[in-house]
Ligand binder design. Sequence first.
Ligand SMILES: Nc1ncnc2c1ncn2[C@@H]1O[C@H](COP(=O)(O)OP(=O)(O)OP(=O)(O)O)[C@@H](O)[C@H]1O
Ligand SMILES: [Mg+2]
Length: 640
Amino acid sequence: MPPRGSSFNSKMGGKRAEKPLKTLLRLFRYFKNCTGILIVSIISILAYSAASNYAVLMTKQLVKVLEAGIGADMAKYAALLIGMSILYAIAVVTNFLLNRLMLSCSARVMCALRKEMFEKMQSLPISFFDGRTHGELMSYYTNDTEAVNELLHHSITQMLISISSLVFVFGLMASLSIPVVFIMICMGVTVFYVMRGVTKKSRKNFKKQQYELAAVNGYIEEMIEGQKVVKVFTHEDKAKAGFKVHNDELCKVATDANTYASIVGPLMNNISHIFYAITCTVGVLLAAPVPGEEFLLENTWFASHQAFLVEGSALIASLQFVRQVSNRISQISQQFNSILLALAGAERIFALIDMPAEVDEGTVTLVRVEEKDGTLKETDRRTGHWAWKRDNELIPLRGEVKFADVDFSYDGKKQVLTDVTLYAHPGQKIAFVGSTGAGKTTITNLINRFYDIADGTITYDGIPVREIKKNALRSSLGMVLQDTHLFSGTVMENIRYGRLDATDEECIEAAKIANADFFITHLPEGYQTQLVADGANLSQGQRQLIAIARAAVSDPPVLILDEATSSIDTRTEKHIEKGMDALMKGRTVFVIAHRLSTVRNSDCIMVLEHGRIIERGDHNALLAQRGKYYELCTGTSELS
Ligand SMILES: Nc1ncnc2c1ncn2[C@@H]1O[C@H](COP(=O)(O)OP(=O)(O)OP(=O)(O)O)[C@@H](O)[C@H]1O
Ligand SMILES: [Mg+2]
């Protein structure tokens, strides 16, 4: 079974940002609501770097006092200790404050980003969702969001701390010893190039690790979704074997990736040890004469190179800075890499946010109307009458749908509907029958404009559907989709999803029409029973009954029932027939059903084959034609 991970990988993890600077600047724009926090954070970073490094510098004075003997200047010794303690306390407090502030700042930015992403997703066309897997869509909210979160609250702060610390270190070092500053620069360059080499190697492996991680996750997701099918075909061993392949590969690349990563620490330690030793050697060679050796200053070399001489106390402080420099530079190299990877996540998020929303060029809206003195008037009251509003003209909503020479293809290559011409007069029940994949659901996808047609026209009460606002169009249609979906919540809430202002009584009335009332009242808590995700604690047929109740409560002028009763037993279907008839009365209804008994009382039955209507007429006329419909009927025992 091909793992979903493979397609998922190519689009997801491991990619580095293509325009990192542009993306970073765009990300910074989200900080506009926390400018105050940012200013305090930057002050905290500077205070932290200054305090922690100045405390190191103070060891120079401390050593000097020790050289002279503590007893000689006890007060200075105490003052130095207190001063250092205060500086370290400032470093601790500012570091804590910084983390705290960046945490709240990044939480706000993430909140804004998630909101923008979710709102954008609500505005995207169905084709966006049809073309992507669950895993891909979820990864915007998991992988990418997590990467950006990490970037905002950790990587960027660490990077800024490292850079500002380096600036302070070099500034303070310059006051200690110029030769040691040169040694530091040499060390900085060495550390930088070594880190670059190592990260280049490890980046490749980390990329592979992310690919494999995505593959493992994709496989797990697919196996969880298809767990029942796995069990039905007793393919548990096959599933385990498939998983082992991905898991082993992940294990291998993770080991490779982390092998490189794990040498970074010891490598950096060794480099800093080497430079530590070099600094020591150079420091000793350039050691300034200690008191009592003043005669040396009369020596020509010492006299002419006094600026390069290193005091013993300065050397001790410098050695601590050596450690700082190597740590900070290796941190910068590591953060740089993870910042680039996180910015790739931000780029994907921005690409989603920038996606063009579903185009709606429609201008015609749907309004409630009442008749006064023989003319239609717009009203807010629930009159049960509707009209299309085009400019100031009111066109009564009658539910007349016409297709004229409609051609359609989902991908622009494979023609799914060809020359479909049909009309549904107001109040008529139109049925679509035909083999699987013939294009029945596609026709309904065009009525509600999930997709737009390439050729031909579709009109609704004489108005081209393109001119009708999508929301208005869809609210005039009550749909029971082929894939029933229930949300987690109570049964009552799920029925009310059809019309959010429906009262409990109206929901119960709708459930009675759908014949769902009987089973609902037998649930442990009746209408207040909690449904788990997608109604998994109900049978398929019960889910369909709730979906029908949901359509009934929305009280639409046009109903589209796509296999709405396919999972309901024929006895229950008979029971709901009366309710359904009442529901359909006075409305235009499009019914799709494989079970022909469901459609035999339709005003017109369209038989579809490979996207074309090959036969049309009522049940008796079609039987008389002795064509495809006749074949379907005679092949169906229930009609005999
Ligand atoms: N989102 C989509 N993207 C691309 N092609 C699609 C999409 N949905 C359906 N198709 C293709 O369009 C054709 C018609 O599909 P449609 O769902 O309309 O069939 P149907 O008659 O409703 O079948 P069924 O009786 O199985 O529900 C099929 O060949 C299918 O592969
Ligand atoms: Mg279908």
